[in-house]
Write a protein that binds this ligand. Sequence first.
Ligand code: 3DU
Length: 210
Amino acid sequence: MKRLILALDVYERERALEIAECTADYLWAVKVNWPLIIGSGLGIITELRQVTGLPVIADLKLADIPNTNRLIARKVFDAGADYIIAHGFVGREGVNAIMELGETIIVVEMSHPGAEEFIQPATDKLIELANELEPFGVIAPATRPERVAYIRSKLKPGIKILTPGVGAQGGKAGEVLKAGADYVIVGRSIYASENPREAARNLHREIAGV
Ligand code: 3DU
């Protein structure tokens, strides 16, 4: 089973397509974030799907009023995104506006040190929101496997846990998967390496050994 998600945070269309194509064999999905969408336009989502045949996750971390979330999500799903990542702290209506249009992933905790300031204190409530709305999945920090284990223990079994923070941010794929993550999200350790295909293959093998 493939459990690796490529975070394709480059600006350039051609570079993005090249990296996605050469790593696709080892990926479950490709994640696009604002850098690539700003650098290459929304059409990159459609192209990535065509080139890789993989699901595309739009990591927009939407955090607006329901109407604006809906207006954005509609265009992004129309472009071919299979999943959209949204913040839950705006309240259930904001998340629901996206869920009505397509598969959604809710951030319940982030991987950077600053996540301890505001997001971590709200994680229990965000888990409750996820359990109520039952999105495809939630985002949790690969940099804190003990928090992933905690989130797994509180989250309904069918809801997937996707964890950014492996590699450049210090998280280890094997540890976070053992803690209960379903997927690991990796950006710089793949796209900024000299040989992205080899980097993805090595991660894929590490994951397969868990
Ligand atoms: O650190 P990396 O280069 O492996 O990239 C991680 C990606 O995951 C990047 O797109 C970032 O915006 C996203 N992300 C986090 O790193 C941490 C989060 O809590 C949520 C998303």
